[in-house]
Design a protein around this ligand. Structure first.
Ligand SMILES: O=C(O)C(=O)C[C@H](O)[C@H](O)CO
Length: 412
């Protein structure tokens, strides 16, 4: 039997002094037709190339909002934990409900991690819902449009990720056949020269091997496409600096996460040591987490993940802060069409959007999860003029691709 979290004791959530519920805040004025109440929250996990955790928020108006939380063990349980804090609330108060959820979960660790994944999934669903209730696209809720289409970059893989020629071949194929003009490869791949996989140090032959991947791909497609490289927080500051310097003459879009994200001093030193643009952000939570990276100009490009960092408004706030330092935003994304569209809607509404990531080109059924077709064309996503996120989940496809044992959401 599923656990009824509302029956479990949680002193922090019960007695927290800063209570942002409508009742305590006295948010009770009659809003006429906009007086809508949240009645339920549900999740369904889809077995994509990541465990996509779809979130639905139901209302007494019969309107449902769909969002997506970044994957992670326990995220559906955390969504269930959050439910009592938003049931009965007006879904149009997105900002207050976000603050309310974060505050109520502060004893449980809402500074970062899977708690914020769960909050983000609900927050995105609230944008879809609010857009539908007000009959406007989600970007409109964020302040309106800077662009009709948002650029999408494709994360690429090859059977042998360490083979520079295989990477160059795949880059050429994807750029020519799928129409992308921006792509990304992993650079934390073995070179055959590794002596120790723990100490983060890169020997010169390892650096030369990585530079060879960069050289092979940028030489092959550099005239028509931008190429970024991801290092997944692997190296020492010194190694990162040597790698970044080595690839300076090559035409790199950005080098991502060369060092772990938690030491800002090292991060800043690496970024400021090189002309190779450094991108960081997917593993950093909420505007508070991203603040120092931006204020200390420890990044050239900020890369928040919308269903992970806190949701759409939180990403907008991060983008606003980034823009005060003239730093562009490349939205990290490994999600389903729901997360990808949520990211693109943010991209439409911020001046400094560089691109949104697409991470599922090898899956074959990514787009089948929604009724709409042609979501990404020629490396870009057109922002729908339909209300909310502008997508309709195909519940038959959700049933087909759900994680074994999962239950598909109720209809509206
Ligand atoms: O695409 C990226 O930038 C990634 O880092 C993909 C990663 O595998 C994922 O986000 C975390 O494991």
């Amino acid at each position: 039997m599923p656990i009824d979290y509302s029956q479990l004791s949680d002193p922090n959530a019960e007695y927290t002094m800063r209570d942002l519920s409508s009742e305590t805040m006295g948010v009770t004025a009659d809003r006429g037709p906009r007086d809508v109440e949240i009645t339920d929250v549900q999740t369904t996990m889809v077995d994509g190339n990541y465990p996509w955790t779809l979130v639905r928020v139901y209302t007494d108006a019969g309107v449902v909002g769909t969002g997506e939380a970044y994957w992670g063990a326990g995220v559906p349980e955390l969504v269930e934990r959050l439910k009592p804090f938003i049931v009965g609330e007006n879904p149009l108060d997105i900002d207050r409900l976000y603050e309310h959820m974060v505050q109520k979960m502060s004893g449980e660790g809402s500074i970062a991690g899977v708690t914020i994944h769960a909050v983000s999934g609900i927050e995105i669903a609230l944008h879809d819902l609010a857009g539908k209730l007000l009959d406007v696209p989600a970007y409109q809720l964020l302040g309106g449009k800077y662009r009709d289409d948002v650029r999408v970059y494709c994360d690429l893989h090859t059977e042998d990720e360490a083979d520079p020629q295989a990477c160059a071949d795949e880059a050429e194929r994807v750029v020519a056949d799928l129409g992308y003009d921006a792509i990304k490869f992993d650079l934390d791949v073995p070179s055959g020269h590794e002596k120790d996989s723990a100490n983060r140090h890169l020997s010169q032959p390892e650096i030369e091997h990585k530079a060879e991947i960069v050289r092979a791909t940028t030489e092959r497609v550099g005239e028509t496409a931008e190429v970024a490289f991801d290092c997944h927080w692997s190296f020492t500051g010194g190694s990162a600096k040597r790698l970044a310097e080595e690839i300076e003459p090559l035409d790199v879009w950005w080098l991502e996460d060369p060092v772990p994200p938690e030491n800002h001093d090292v991060q800043r030193e690496v970024t400021q040591s090189t002309t190779t643009p450094i991108a960081v952000g997917e593993n950093v939570y909420r505007k508070h987490g991203q603040r120092r990276l931006l204020e200390e100009q420890a990044v050239d490009i900020i890369a928040p993940d919308v269903p992970r960092v806190g949701g759409m408004r939180e990403t907008k706030k991060i983008a606003d802060l980034a823009d005060t330092y003239y730093i562009p935003v490349a939205m990290h994304n490994v999600g389903s069409p729901i997360a990808t569209m949520a990211s693109a809607q943010v991209g439409a509404a911020i001046p400094n959007a560089l691109a949104v990531e697409y991470h599922s080109y090898e899956l074959g059924w990514w787009e089948d999860l929604v009724e709409e077709d042609g979501l990404i064309e020629d490396g870009s996503m057109a922002i729908p003029e339909k209300p909310g996120l502008g997508l309709t989940l195909d519940l038959d496809a959700v049933e087909e691709y759900k994680v074994e044992g999962e239950t598909v959401f109720d209809e509206a």
